[in-house]
Ligand binder design. Structure first.
Ligand code: FUB
Length: 339
């Protein structure tokens, strides 16, 4: 019995495939990978990190990206194709600087690329571009999505076709500067600085059937503790910072996000796509580099998390995307990933 147990332990250790948790591509720097399965293939919509010489600061000015490249692969562990420039900042009429984390969706023969970028007054909004091909090139709409603000759009299509965008990020993502639909340029550089007040919420909006507009008003995707009380501003280990994602597992809605300055990926579970979401824990330990940003997909019956770290460069603004497996426990919790 002992011998066969030892044999099975060493086999499973050896079986961890080498391509998991390794950079998916090393010819360009990529980050913030939003993965989707389109036409049986995996498409990754990442940020394209570049060295622009801007010194690092808490505002994230050093993340000065100028275009998007889309990646695809037929199978996990298979070759990764870089499809070249899919959208350039110079072709977004309203853009100023900093093309940050994008996402994509598909409806009725059209692919939609959602992207945050600062406008010419240095205020982040979210734009949308369309293509007939999942890998682009994409053509941007002339204006940002009306009523959009801040960063990190994540678009989730529910089983009934209803579509929701989760978005927002504090500090450099400017979410703390928005109140009642107005931007305060002199607002805080970090958060509301109110430790005992409810933390700033991730934002959620339903999309119209045309996928180009919000339907109705933007709502707070509330994250509450098991007693139903909203997490507070001082709770940096658990509160929302940026980089949200939504996946559905066993009929429940899993809002996953980065805790930012404490560098965890955390999750909260809701009964509806609009929340509230009950905080359930961390599911990924900090990666190498300041930022942590992910997406979760099911592909051929297995769940995967796409994420980034700074293995190739050692610099926080020159990141590389990776993938590894994600496991749900029978009780609905997510197994901790130690990258
Ligand atoms: O890539 C720029 C920003 O860094 C993203 O928008 C955030 O989520 C963080 O990953």
């Amino acid at each position: 019995l002992c011998t066969s147990l030892l044999a099975s332990v060493s086999v499973s250790a050896q079986q961890k495939p080498k391509y998991l948790a390794q950079p998916l591509i090393s010819t360009i720097y990529t980050a913030d990978p939003s993965a989707h399965v389109f036409n049986g293939k995996i498409y990754i919509y990442p940020s394209h990190d570049i060295e622009s010489g801007i010194p690092e600061n808490d505002n994230g000015d050093h993340f000065n990206m100028r275009d998007y490249h889309i990646l695809s692969l037929d199978r996990i562990g298979g070759p990764v194709t870089d499809h070249g420039v899919a959208l350039d900042i110079k072709n977004i009429p309203w853009a100023g600087r900093q093309l940050w984390a994008p996402d994509a969706a598909y409806k009725n023969g059209t692919y939609f690329l959602y992207f945050p970028v600062k406008d010419k007054s240095d205020v982040f909004h979210i734009g949308v571009a369309t293509s007939k091909n999942p890998a682009g090139p994409f053509k941007a709409q002339p204006k940002p999505i009306a009523g959009s603000f801040s960063i990190d759009p994540a678009v989730f299509v529910d089983d009934d076709g209803s579509t929701y965008m989760y978005f927002g990020g504090i500090w450099g993502g400017q979410l703390q500067r928005w109140k009642n639909g107005k931007y305060d340029a002199n607002g805080s550089k970090t958060d509301w600085q109110k430790d005992d007040a409810p933390a700033i919420s991730c934002q959620v909006a339903k999309l119209n059937g045309n996928m180009l507009e919000f339907s109705g008003t933007v709502k707070n995707a509330l994250i509450v503790d098991s007693a139903g009380k909203q997490l507070t501003g001082k709770d940096h280990d658990r509160r929302f910072f940026e980089g949200s994602w939504m996946h559905k597992f066993n009929g429940k809605y899993y809002l996953t996000y980065s805790t930012g300055d404490t560098h965890y990926l955390a999750y909260a579970i809701g009964k509806t796509p609009m929340g509230p979401f009950v905080y359930a824990g961390h599911f990924m330990q900090p990666v190498q580099g300041w930022t942590t940003h992910h997406s979760i997909i099911k592909f051929k019956g297995k769940w995967y998390i796409f994420y980034h770290d700074t293995q190739l460069s050692g610099k926080t603004h020159l990141r590389n995307v990776k993938v590894t497996q994600l496991y749900h426990n029978a009780n609905g919790t997510i197994k901790m990933i130690n990258p």
